[in-house]
Design a protein around this ligand. Structure first.
Ligand SMILES: [Zn+2]
Length: 244
C-alpha cells in the first residue's frame, strides 16, 4: 500500500501549467515540462520538495526552458523524447514507446503521441489514473500541427481517448475557454458542449483552472475526438487555426 502522488499546477508565462509531482513515501519529486525554472523552484521550495527528475513531453522552449537551470541547481536528471534528441536541452535519458519512468514506486509508461511535434510523448501513470499529455490534447481541444500530419495527430488523440475513462489528463496550457467557444460554434446543437462552455466560463471568471480534465469528459465534449478519420480531423483543426 502506498500514498497517492501529489500533483501541483505551477502557472507560468501567459497560460502554461508546469506540473510538480511528489511521492510522499520516497519523497521523490519530478517536474513535467519546466518552461520557466523560477516558479517551479519557488513552489518546490515552499513545499520543502527537492526536484530529482525532469520529464519533458516535447522540445518547445515553453516546456524545456528551465531544464538546465533546474539541473544546475538540483542535480536533477532529464528524461524526454528520443525523437527530439538534440532539441531537448540537457537530455540525459531519451525515451520512446513502451519505456517507463518512476517517481518513487509510481511508474509511468511512455506513449509516443506525435503531431504537435514529431517526437512528442505522454507519460501515463496507470496506477495513479493520471496522464501528462503536454500539448497533444487540451481540454476541449488539441495542439496545433507544427511538425506532424493530421493522420499522426488523429491517431495520437485516439490513443489518449482510449485510456481508461477515469484517467485524469494533465494538459500544459489553459486554453479551455477559447476551445469551448470554438466547440460550441462547431457543434451548436450539442447540449454537453453548451453546458461545459457555461461551466468553463464560470471557472475562468472565478480565476480557477479548468485542468486537469479527464478521459470521460473529453470523450463527451472534445470536438477533435469526434473526428472519425484524419480528413475530418484536418478540416476541424484548420477551422480552429482560423478561429479567434
Ligand atoms: Zn508545444
Amino acid at each position: 500500500m502506498h500514498s497517492s502522488l501529489q500533483i501541483v499546477a505551477v502557472p507560468a508565462f501567459a497560460d502554461n501549467y508546469l506540473w510538480l509531482v511528489h511521492d510522499p513515501d520516497s519523497r521523490e519529486t519530478a517536474v513535467i515540462d519546466p518552461g520557466d525554472p523560477a516558479p517551479v523552484m519557488a513552489e518546490a521550495g515552499r513545499r520543502g520538495w527537492r526536484i530529482d527528475k525532469i520529464f519533458n513531453t516535447h522540445w518547445h522552449p515553453d516546456h524545456t526552458g528551465g531544464n538546465l537551470a533546474i539541473k544546475a541547481a538540483t542535480g536533477a536528471d532529464i528524461w524526454g523524447p528520443a525523437g527530439e534528441n538534440g532539441r531537448v536541452p540537457g537530455l540525459d535519458h531519451p525515451l520512446g514507446e513502451g519505456d517507463t519512468v518512476q517517481i518513487g514506486a509510481h511508474c509511468a509508461q511512455v506513449m509516443e503521441v506525435p503531431g504537435h511535434t514529431i517526437g512528442h510523448i505522454a507519460y501515463w501513470f496507470a496506477g495513479d489514473k493520471a496522464a501528462f499529455v503536454g500539448d497533444t490534447l487540451f481540454a476541449m481541444g488539441c495542439g496545433r500541427l507544427f511538425e506532424g500530419t493530421p493522420e499522426q495527430m488523429h491517431a495520437s488523440l485516439s490513443r489518449l481517448a482510449g485510456l481508461p475513462e477515469d484517467t485524469e489528463l494533465y494538459c500544459a496550457h489553459e486554453y479551455t475557454l477559447s476551445n469551448a467557444r470554438f466547440a460550441a460554434q462547431a457543434f451548436p446543437d450539442d447540449a454537453a458542449i453548451a453546458d461545459r462552455l457555461l461551466a468553463v466560463e464560470q471557472s475562468r471568471i472565478a480565476g480557477q483552472p479548468t485542468v486537469p480534465t479527464n478521459v470521460a469528459i473529453e470523450r463527451a465534449t472534445n470536438p477533435f475526438l469526434r473526428a472519425d478519420n484524419a480528413e475530418h480531423f484536418a478540416r476541424l483543426r484548420a477551422a480552429k487555426d482560423d478561429y479567434r
